[in-house]
Design a binder for this molecule. Structure first.
Ligand SMILES: [Zn+2]
Length: 135
């Protein structure tokens, strides 16, 4: 019998891995987590046993799945996707404006110098922030 209703995840159960490498999830002793024997990912059971969440360093957002008794269903795959670029854009705008207003240009230089300097500095700062977020 197959249902589409999310089922509670049994920590002693035998589940396939949500990755597409036909891995199996094996319970990690003394934790609420599963490990995959193929992709080496770790999935933590969340939401009082109804969701597994990928412990990932490769994505700026977390991926989660629910078990419908037959297969894993991705939970809100788009959630958070547009979040990081938006945050970076806002940070960029703020840093740029801040630098533009605080940066003192050398005597005799033009306003264009300040704009370019502020732009370069804010791009550097935001790139560093972005790299830090991706880790
Ligand atoms: Zn896997």
């Amino acid at each position: 019998m197959q249902t589409q209703k999310p089922q509670k995840i049994d920590l002693n159960g035998d589940y396939p891995c949500p990755c597409r490498r036909r891995g199996r999830l094996t319970p990690i002793a003394l934790t609420d987590a599963f490990g995959c024997n193929r992709c080496q990912q770790i999935f933590v059971v969340q939401d009082s046993g109804h969701t597994i969440e990928q412990l990932s360093t490769n994505y700026p957002y977390k991926r989660a799945w629910r078990w419908n008794g037959h297969q894993w269903m991705v939970v809100n795959p788009s959630l958070g996707k547009g979040y990081v670029p938006l945050t970076l854009l806002i940070t960029f705008a703020l840093v740029f404006l801040l630098l533009l207003t605080t940066l003192s240009a050398p005597v005799g230089s033009q306003v264009a110098f300040r704009v370019v300097a502020a732009l370069v500095l804010s791009v550097m700062l935001v790139s560093m922030l972005w790299l830090a977020c991706r880790r």
